[in-house]
Design a binder for this molecule. Structure first.
Ligand code: AMP
Length: 285
């Protein structure tokens, strides 16, 4: 496995892979790799011959500067995880290599997809995500790109970006990987200290409750959402940002036909000051 830090080095290494006729898979990340990231690399390696992993903590997608400043960085561990999972090349650019001194990003308007939920709670977040993914897609020029369903709304935004601007790129969504106790794996989980780690399980618990009561027992979505919101209000360390049932492609709220289509329960909360998101497919068996 090789590592490079500049687009020029990346071009040289990728030209070589292309000359050999290799199919190129791309997995963008912000590092502090865990098994969720590794699953994307494994999936990419199954579908493609040559897998590029990028590690870049993108400053323009953080709406909270302390979240950016304290974002975990574990490059030696990351190189080990990447190599074990089968990556061929790790691209670790500096901020200037991608942004060339200009951190101003264009606003992105994909309607509800960029304005609701994550887009509403984290103003400008998707502007930064689209800006960096566009730069990375241009730099790598892969055949397929792999994203986790953990960031379900981001996946829908990236699918739209690819449809509009990278029509020959195949975007592949990969399953959300959880800890044994059900907590969605996230690089931010290391910040869950003391009782917060246990309290964080409430998110997955509420998603399970939505699935059981709405799909299994045919209860009204609004009634179950209301009960969850009330319960969250009683927990001191949990600050619920949103919980809803949506179409996972459009992020329009869904209230019926939930056992078909792409219905997902989505949730975001601050737990002990750590922002967590999670989701659960309601239409999947
Ligand atoms: P991040 O480093 O958090 O920006 O994530 C990089 C990629 O890994 C994104 O496509 C995420 O959706 C994906 N990812 C992060 N956590 C998980 C997880 N628990 N399961 C599956 N994919 C994940």
């Amino acid at each position: 496995m090789k590592r490079c830090q500049t687009k020029t080095q990346l071009d040289v290494l990728l030209a070589d892979a292309r000359k050999q006729g290799l199919r190129i898979g791309f997995v963008p990340t912000m590092g502090a790799l865990h098994s969720g990231h590794a699953s994307l690399i494994v999936r990419a390696k199954q579908a493609c011959d040559f897998v590029v992993l990028s590690i870049f903590v993108n400053p323009t997608q953080f709406n909270n500067s302390s979240d950016f400043e304290t974002y975990p960085s574990t490059i030696e561990h990351d190189m080990h995880v990447a190599s074990q999972a089968g990556a061929d090349l790790v691209f670790t650019p500096e901020v200037d290599e991608l942004y060339e001194g200009n951190l101003a990003v264009e606003p992105v308007d994909y309607g509800r997809l960029t304005a609701s939920y994550e887009g509403q709670m984290r103003k400008g977040h998707f502007d930064g995500v689209v800006a960096v993914v566009r730069k990375l897609f241009n730099a790598v020029n892969a055949d397929e790109a792999f994203f986790g369903e953990k960031d379900l709304q981001q996946l829908a935004v990236i699918r739209r970006l690819a449809k509009d601007e990278f029509p020959s790129l195949k975007v592949v969504g990969c399953p959300l990987i959880r800890e044994e106790d059900g907590l969605a794996m996230s690089s931010r989980n290391v910040r869950l200290v003391g009782d917060s780690r246990r309290q964080a399980l409430a998110l997955n618990g509420w998603l399970g409750r939505l699935k059981e009561e709405v799909v299994g027992q045919h209860r009204e979505v609004e009634a179950v959402l209301g009960a969850i919101e009330r319960e969250a209000g009683t927990l001191e360390t949990v600050e619920l940002e949103y919980v809803d049932v949506v179409d996972g492609q459009t992020f329009e709220p869904m209230r019926s036909g939930l056992d078909q289509g792409h219905s997902f329960a989505v949730i975001a909360a601050q737990v002990g000051g750590v922002r967590l998101i999670d989701n659960c497919c309601l239409s999947c068996s």
